[in-house]
Ligand binder design. Structure first.
Ligand code: PAF
Length: 293
């Protein structure tokens, strides 16, 4: 595996692979790699000849007072994982390579960035869409793989690619989970032992909402109430949002139905965690879990 730290040699490597008829898959990450990233790399491996992974903690997607400085950066362990998982290139750019000048040009999916995480993390998705656009221009991949845990991010990237005519296919990996259901996240490392036990309630709470849908509930508010009740019972009181929305475009729902995204953001101690389920209630009443896209 090659480790490349600036854009020019990366382009040279990728273009030379292309001249030899090889296709390129890309997995963008901020490092602190876990099984969720591994699932993305596996999809990338199956989708193209060459796999490029990037590791870059992107400053523009963190707001003031957020965890940019504290974000885990286990550089050695990350590169070892990339090698073991069969990546061909780890692109680990310096901040200067990604932001050679103060950023004045931004990519923003306005409507999709408004609800859910966008409400409390102002400017977050603008930072994400902008750095992903920069990374796509550097890597020039045929496909790129994102995780479903960051469902709003995935929809924003798909929309950005469509509206800016970027020739990249966006693929999704299902959320990787710990044995008790907690979604894998680099931020789980912040949890104390007692907070970690409490965090398992997030997946249980999503399940309670899903069960309400399976029982025939038609009011989205009541589905969200079932989720909040389960969270509160587990001692999770700082609930940022619980929302049931249309999975395809995040539009709000008047009535339970169609393909739905049930999404949660909470704070446990100092740690902000998000998770979601995507499902559809079939005419026979059964609820089927699905990938976001
Ligand atoms: O999901 C992430 O890890 C980041 O938001 C991404 C897509 C790598 C952009 O910095």
């Amino acid at each position: 595996m090659k480790t490349i730290r600036s854009i020019a040699p990366l382009r040279q490597f990728v273009r030379s692979a292309r001249r030899q008829g090889q296709s390129v898959a890309f997995v963008p990450t901020m490092g602190a790699l876990h099984a969720g990233h591994r699932a993305c790399v596996e999809i990338a491996r199956r989708s193209a000849d060459v796999v490029v992974i990037s590791i870059f903690v992107n400053p523009t997607q963190f707001g003031p007072g957020e965890d940019f400085t504290a974000y885990p950066r286990p550089a050695e362990a990350d590169l070892r994982a990339c090698r073991e998982w069969g990546c061909d290139v780890a692109f680990v750019p310096t901040p200067e390579a990604m932001y050679p000048a103060p950023q004045d040009v931004w990519v923003e999916a306005k409507r999709l960035s408004r609800p859910m995480c966008g409400r409390t993390r102002k400017g977050h998705f603008r930072g994400v869409a902008t750095v992903v656009a920069k990374l796509f221009h550097a890597v020039e991949p045929d496909v790129a793989v994102f995780g479903q845990k960051d469902a709003q991010q995935a929809l924003i990237i798909r929309e950005t690619v469509q509206q800016l005519n970027m020739p990249v296919e966006i693929l999704l990996a299902a959320t990787a989970r710990e044995r008790d259901g907690l979604a894998m996240s680099s931020r789980n490392a912040y949890l104390s032992a007692s907070d970690r036990r409490r965090a398992a309630a997030i997946f249980a709470a999503l399940g309670a909402g899903r069960a309400r849908v399976a029982a025939g509930e038609l009011d989205p508010g009541r589905v969200c109430d079932a989720v909040k009740q389960t969270l509160r019972r587990a001692g999770i009181r700082r609930i940022e949002y619980v929302e049931l929305r249309r999975a395809d475009d995040l539009r709000s729902l008047r009535r339970v139905g169609g393909r739905m995204l049930l999404a949660v953001a909470v704070r446990i101690g100092p740690t902000r965690l998000i998770d979601n389920l995507v499902f559809r209630r079939a005419p026979d009443g059964l609820v089927h879990d699905e990938l976001l896209f």
